[in-house]
Design a protein. Structure first.
Length: 365
């Protein structure tokens, strides 16, 4: 089978996912992509550019696999391709928490990105989500989104999309971390390895660390992740507050550096307001960092119930309590069982699942 992946925002987890499937699939997978920048313009204009690229290549796919960053309806209209089309939702703009400082949010211009996701899902032959939490919240928010329009709400279209939707778990290159395994840091080493953005809730992360510091507990700190010119101010404030704790601050220069820090890390407090899956979290758990996770979003679905009492918190107070407790006891904790749980999201295990799914979709055509 010939598969064409369309990715107008080719960076981060989107890039890793596309290249991972290309590498591990038994099928012939080609990627058409654009540089991962200007995400709003990619959602508006990426379909035009990728349609032009598509017309200029001699490649006739059996199946087109686009992501949520593409206006699939525009791409299909411009190319008039007869290939089976599926869309994979890494995230969606219907339920994505917008920063209050975003100019589109302030001017109430954010609805069009949600509409692109909606008509793309409606246009696709099949719709895939990276977690059940993601799929459920998409349809919940879609109902509210369509309902707020003055007339012709097309509410019945929700059922049309639901009937062709399912979950296909995100796959990650976890085994590549094995090469860089090293000893854990002697002092409690707390890790942040997410994007420096509003939706990851850095305010709560650093507030909890400040509480721990004020209580007199010693720890070291590594802050990784991609940062941007408009990153929340809390990062600069935190750099001053925790200057005596910091071992590394900023984006890892390469994968080698990133992987080594994950293996050194002891504790991973996660405070996200948004995670439709949680790639960075799964990577850190695989490298045997002890996770403290909010009991919401995708995490309760990804981590089996038997681990919940140790690794989940309900509120800020419980996060602080569990963080202090693990600082005192982390050396006595065995994370091998939890590591085995997240290993099931590795491409070596999921590539065949993806291939079987693509095969079954074509048979339905």
């Amino acid at each position: 089978m010939k598969i064409l992946i369309l990715e107008p925002y080719f960076t981060g987890s989107h890039k890793q996912w596309a290249e991972g499937y290309q590498k591990h699939s038994k099928h012939k997978v080609k990627i058409l992509s654009m540089k991962g920048q200007f995400w709003k313009w990619r959602m508006h204009g990426g379909a035009v550019t990728l349609a032009k690229q598509f017309k200029n290549i001699n490649y006739k796919p059996d199946l087109i696999l686009s992501t949520d960053m593409l206006d699939l309806s525009t791409f299909l209209a411009l190319t008039k391709t007869k290939a089976f089309s599926a869309i994979y939702f890494h995230e969606n703009q219907l339920s994505y928490p917008w920063s209050p400082n975003d100019r589109d949010f302030r001017k109430k211009r954010d609805h069009h990105y949600s509409f692109i996701n909606y008509v793309s899902a409606l246009s696709a032959d099949h719709v895939l989500f990276n977690s059940r939490f993601h799929m459920n919240i998409f349809f919940k928010e879609l109902h509210s989104f369509l309902n707020h329009f003055p007339d012709h709400n097309e509410m019945e279209s929700i059922k049309i999309i639901e009937k062709k939707s399912e979950v296909l778990s995100l796959a990650i290159e976890l085994k590549k971390f094995d090469t860089y395994k090293n000893k854990k840091h002697n002092n409690p080493l707390i890790l942040w390895n997410h994007r420096w953005e509003y939706d990851k809730n850095p305010e709560l992360f650093f507030k909890s660390l400040k509480h721990v510091k004020d209580e007199g507990y010693s720890f070291d700190l590594v802050v990784l992740g991609e940062n941007f010119s408009n990153s929340p101010e809390i990062f600069q404030n935190a750099k001053d507050i925790f200057k005596e704790n910091i071992l590394h601050w900023g984006y890892a220069k390469n994968f080698d550096s990133y992987a080594k820090w994950l293996w050194k890390a002891n504790i991973l407090p996660v405070t996200s307001n948004q995670d439709f899956f949680g790639v960075s979290v799964m990577e850190a758990i695989y490298c045997e960092a002890y996770p403290l996770l909010p009991k919401r979003l995708s995490f309760p679905e990804l981590i089996p119930n038997k681990f919940h009492s140790d690794h989940f918190y309900q509120n800020e107070s419980e996060l602080n309590e569990k963080l202090i407790n693990i600082i005192k006891t982390y050396k006595n904790r065995d994370l091998k069982a939890l590591k085995k749980v997240v290993l099931k999201y590795d491409w070596n295990y999921l590539a065949s699942v993806y291939d079987d799914k693509m095969d079954s979709l074509l048979k339905k055509q």
